[in-house]
Design a binder for this molecule. Structure first.
Ligand SMILES: Cc1cc2nc3c(=O)[nH]c(=O)nc-3n(C[C@H](O)[C@H](O)[C@H](O)COP(=O)(O)OP(=O)(O)OC[C@H]3O[C@@H](n4cnc5c(N)ncnc54)[C@H](O)[C@@H]3O)c2cc1C
Length: 456
């Protein structure tokens, strides 16, 4: 296998074999689930990807596509050995077309580099997941969400076209720079969020928008998480067009304060709603005034407009650090479920009830504007066996409740390996069957990320 891969890539440096593969390539960003692989390859072109896939297909070799490996659900853990196909070196921004507000990039372009590049040209790529070192290809493969989804939508909404390599090595392009497309099945929409199970993404045609003229954040402390989360409906109804609406419990803020050294205002609050507004400056200020009125009517303790950019950056730094802040004190299991936006408060109240009943400490934060609840379930000093048993019980309880409220297993991180049992248990069997039919049609030998086994 190794000689064949070296011949395909024509550069032995870009083929790493079994025991020489660094551990980080055998896992996800949390590093708890570990796999094994026979080879790790770094293609530079679509042709190389296609030739690797043709070789794998001919010899029934499993393939795990990989971007930056920042996923939190084990989706890059090669559980069936085979080839890890890392596209991070395919990282060129091929074109930014100001005339059509589009860009064409290779999948390994890092999100923060791409954002900075288009912003330097007065353009804007709105998807903004917390981890900025992820790749654009990984973002597309997971349909990454993030903070700005309330106003701008998620990654899917910015994918105009995709060039992909199918499991047998066939290269297809679905979509184009055109705004409209009713020309047959929109296969690219199927590839977005497919977690590397249907194809390898090799080129991305992305939609851009003009860069907003100004952006301002507001921090609104509340006496309870419930009152804060309940204000979100009124904020959206006020037609103030916020870009982001995040909720954070005070106890979580304290963790972030310790991790970053930043001190949040209004420590007597039990929860905060953190908002951003962007657009034309006067409109931003008017929108903030609208939300100020809502805050007054919904019992907010204060209304802090973060006009000092350094203070705003500090507050967002705390919001962005929670997963790492928790990891610094204890192992934790991240949860990324989503409930209809009017159920967020009820769901968080339920989380607190489960916490009391089970003694399992959980911290909650997330995207209040779209019902995407993030939980960190904290292991503390539980031994392995107790942790696994209690975690499994708590997780099943939490996902069951989310589904009862009309929610879903994942809002943005994906299912991967880690969330399969909960997805499997709560999804409609007929829907799962339809997904399997699609998988088998596009990947008849089930070689691409077949460790994501609900598609078997
Ligand atoms: C601190 C932190 C904060 C985060 N915040 C957010 C957040 O706010 N919102 C959010 O959505 N996610 C978030 N994430 C999760 C993660 O960053 C995203 O899932 C991201 O989109 C993964 O991109 P990646 O390049 O790291 O992909 P990887 O982790 O390498 O891969 C993820 C999946 O995509 C597949 N894949 C990767 N590249 C390709 C390709 N070219 N073709 C086909 N399949 C491919 C892989 O096989 C795998 O199934 C966060 C993670 C961390 C660590």
């Amino acid at each position: 296998m190794l000689d064949a891969l070296k011949a395909i890539l024509g550069d032995p440096e870009r083929v790493v074999t079994g025991s020489e593969i660094e551990e980080k390539f055998l896992t996800d960003t949390l590093g708890r689930l570990k796999g094994e692989a026979d080879a790790l390859v770094f293609p530079l072109t679509t042709e190389e990807v296609a030739n690797v896939m043709k070789f794998a297909y001919a010899h029934d070799i499993p393939v795990t596509p990989r971007g930056a490996g920042t996923n939190l659900v084990g989706s890059t853990v090669p559980q069936k050995r085979g080839i890890i196909l890392d596209v991070s070196k395919m990282n060129r921004i091929l074109e930014v077309d100001e005339e059509t507000f589009t860009a064409v990039v290779e999948p390994g372009v890092v999100l923060q580099d791409f954002q900075a590049h288009v912003e330097s040209m007065g353009l804007f790529y709105p998807p903004d997941p917390g981890e900025k070192t992820a790749t654009i290809g990984g973002n597309i493969a997971t349909n990454a969400g993030g903070m700005r989804a309330v106003k701008y939508g998620v990654t899917r909404d910015y994918v105009r076209g995709l060039e992909v390599v199918l499991a047998d090595g066939t290269v297809i392009t679905s979509g184009s720079k055109n705004v409209k497309d009713a020309s047959g099945l929109q296969l690219r929409q199927l590839f977005v969020g497919s977690e590397g199970t249907l194809c390898v993404i090799t080129k991305c045609i992305l939609r851009l928008v003009p860069k907003p003229e100004s952006s301002l954040s507001v921090l609104v402390p509340y006496p309870s998480l419930e009152s804060g989360v309940k204000s979100v409906h009124a904020i959206i109804k006020a037609n103030a067009g916020p870009t982001a609406i995040e909720f954070i419990e005070r106890s979580v803020v304290e963790l972030g304060e310790r991790y970053t050294g930043v001190i949040f205002p209004c420590p007597e609050a039990k929860a905060y709603i953190l908002l951003t507004f962007d657009g034309v400056k006067e409109q931003v200020l008017q929108n903030i005034d609208r939300v100020r009125a809502v805050a007054r009517n919904t019992g907010a303790l204060d209304f802090i407009t973060l006009t000092d950019p350094a203070q705003a950056a500090d507050i967002w730094k705390v919001r962005g650090c929670f997963v790492k802040a928790v990891e610094a004190v204890s192992e934790q299991e991240p949860v990324d479920l989503v409930v209809p936006i009017n159920q967020t408060a009820e769901y968080i109240a339920y989380v607190h009830q489960v916490e009391e009943e089970t003694g399992m400490h959980m911290i909650a934060f997330g995207h209040a504007g779209d019902g995407n609840v993030h939980l960190c379930i904290i292991r503390g000093d539980r031994d392995e066996e107790t942790w696994n048993r209690e975690l499994s019980h708590v997780m099943h309880t939490l996902y069951k409740k989310a589904h009862e409220l009309g929610g879903l297993t994942s809002g943005e991180h994906g299912v991967g390996i880690a969330k399969q049992p909960y997805f499997f248990r709560n999804a409609d069997p007929a829907l799962l069957n339809a997904m399997r039919l699609v998988k088998t049609a596009l990947d008849p030998k089930h070689l691409l990320n077949d460790h994501i086994s609900y598609l078997k």
